[in-house]
Design a protein around this ligand. Sequence first.
Ligand SMILES: *Cc1c(COP(=O)(O)O)cnc(C)c1O
Length: 230
Amino acid sequence: MLVNNYNHVLNQVNAACENVNRNKDEVTLIAVSKTKPSSDIQELYDYGVRDFGENKVQELTSKYEELPKDIRWHLIGHLQTNKVKYIVDKVYMIHSVDSVKLAREIEKEAAKKNVNVNILVQVNVANEDTKFGLDNSEVIKIVEEIATLPHLRIKGLMTIAPFVDDGEENRKYFNELKELSVDIKAKNIDNVCMDMLSMGMSGDFETAIEEGATHVRVGTSIFGVRNYAI
Ligand SMILES: *Cc1c(COP(=O)(O)O)cnc(C)c1O
């Protein structure tokens, strides 16, 4: 069942790549497993899936303990500075860095544990009040500041687009994030790489891929609807 859903989404990912003549190896499908049991993750793991996304530190660390250590955990949710210490050495990438203060805390904990941490800078491209992330106008300055922190590896940008019925409505935002990453790349800032774009969820990942996403974060279409009550 989960494997079927996963394959269905993967086929859609590959088809979206074909639409715009991109190589399918350029796009990583992250299975967003938040609220779902470790047994679901294990099922996909046994099938060969390694990239999983979680949005809560506590949930990520408890699943980390239970599951195989070669899983690449992507932290995709808002991260509070006081929780950084629990995850710096467990995550493959933090997608949600939205302040210099948070970046400094990651630097501090990463230095203590002697690890380097891959990060993406989260941008609120649609300027929604309800969403975390930087305004487009602040991004370059903040990337320049974070770039000076030796244990952080800036890999690119991330955004959470508005919730819409038709993913096509978000095309302009995906395009904006891509343009922003091209602008930053052109500045050739030391220690900054702009090769990754984390954008696109169940409702809009195909549009995001057409606009240049390298990482799509898909939960519902793989695992089914989430029940937050439990
Ligand atoms: C939950 C979540 C997703 C997955 O959303 P679906 O619509 O279930 O695919 C993607 N990104 C972030 C940041 C999330 O919190």
